[in-house]
Design a protein around this ligand. Structure first.
Ligand code: FEO
Length: 391
């Protein structure tokens, strides 16, 4: 892919990773991804914002052909998919300053081996004059590491946001308006990467929408450039907001069918009460699909048979992920079948802790579900309906 012009003074550099299917050995990328960097040129200075994943080093250097001098390299985020080629870029452009947040200085040394005294820290709100173009740096810790920086290209009204507002999507479309898959991919990205930091994101949205940073484009470091910024800003308002939807999500596992029958009964009971339900068999569910539903869920019901007394390990893993992603759901419950003893409730609850989470009545039954189980599940459905109607 050749270097592409976004607008006067700003070029897109980067590579499309069409075949990548897994990130961080955890996050699936069913539609690939891209690693975007940006070249900003003023009358006097040229700056590279971010680099590339080390596997894509050659593409980055091909796109830098003809660029004889870099005055600075902005490292918005020390994670290697964006900063990993920094040592090579510095070798080619030894004159370039490296600009990053104070927090990033040691992280760049730790992760990339670039000495701390080679990096210049920039303060929140600090500007960098390119001659007829100006950059302003915004500290935005925890989207999704503690050192993250956004870069506002003031004259062109372009906001460079690294992972924030990104999407794992490989596409030849430079702009989001050119590919209808962008918004679902952006939601998946938010769910998997950004959701734990929703509170911080709400604060950043306030700042970005204060009128001080009017943006005609939002240019993240994964996926296409958003050419209608209001679409992604309003979506992030909703996704990071605190109001859940009338939705119950049920991650489940079944071994001999009893827990599945309980899930089926609860799905029916909730549907009768006009609650949207999404059950997920976690033995064959992509975690990203579950995470996207968790963005909206009001209730999560963990459904697990006992395996050696505790909950089935697949649901243990699921509960750990749900706890780590910190979705906005307000109510939760545990249901399932067991053989002779059961510690399912306490073990799952220990993995999913968050303020103001209400645990509703568990329904844990020995052996096959019978009349008492169906009645208990109906009572649980009533509890869920009650909570959904009052919030
Ligand atoms: Fe795309 Fe956090 O790196």
């Amino acid at each position: 892919m050749n270097r592409r012009t976004l607008c006067p003074n700003v070029d897109w550099l980067g590579s499309i990773d069409w075949d990548r299917r897994l990130f961080d050995a955890l996050v699936s990328t069913p539609h690939g991804t891209s690693y975007n960097a940006y070249l900003v040129r003023g009358q006097d200075k040229t700056v590279l914002v971010d680099t590339a994943d080390p596997a894509k080093k050659d593409e980055l250097f091909a796109q830098l052909a003809g660029i004889e001098r870099l005055d600075a390299i902005v490292i918005q985020h020390a994670e290697q998919d964006h900063s990993g080629t920094l040592p090579d870029v510095l070798e080619r452009y030894p004159e370039a300053s490296v600009l990053a947040t104070p927090k990033a200085v040691s992280m760049i040394e730790d992760h990339l081996g670039v000495p701390a005294d080679r990096v210049t820290s920039v303060e929140d709100g600090e500007t960098f004059d390119l001659g007829g173009e100006q950059l302003e740096f915004l500290h935005t810790p925890w989207v999704h590491w503690p050192e993250t920086l956004l870069t506002y290209v003031r004259d062109q009204r372009v906001l460079l946001t690294c992972d924030l507002f990104g999407s794992h999507l490989a596409t030849s479309a430079l702009f989001a308006s050119g590919d209808s898959r962008v918004m679902p991919a952006a939601k998946r990205y938010f769910a998997e990467i950004m959701m734990p930091f929703s509170s911080a994101i709400r604060g950043y949205l306030d700042r970005l929408q204060s009128g001080r940073y009017p943006a005609e484009m939002i240019a993240p470091s994964h996926g296409p450039v958003v050419d209608h910024p209001e679409t992604i800003l309003s979506a992030y308002r909703e996704w990071s907001g605190e109001q859940p939807q009338n939705l119950a999500v049920i991650p489940y596992v079944t071994m001999h069918g009893s827990t599945r029958r309980m899930v089926e009964h609860l799905v029916s009971a909730l549907t009768d009460r006009e609650i949207a339900v999404q059950p997920f068999d976690m033995t064959c569910t992509d975690l990203g699909d579950l995470a996207m539903s968790l963005v909206d869920a009001h209730t999560v019901v963990f459904a697990a048979p006992a395996a050696l007394v505790g909950p089935h390990p697949v649901i243990v893993s699921t509960a750990y992920v749900v706890g780590a992603l910190r979705p906005k759901f307000r109510t939760a419950a545990v249901i399932g079948s067991y053989g002779w003893a059961c510690q399912t409730e306490q073990r799952i609850q220990s993995l999913v802790k968050k303020p103001n989470l209400e645990w509703l009545s568990s329904v844990l039954i020995k052996g096959q579900p019978r009349k008492e189980a169906w009645e208990a599940l109906d009572r649980l459905a009533n509890e869920i309906a009650d909570r959904h109607s009052t919030t």
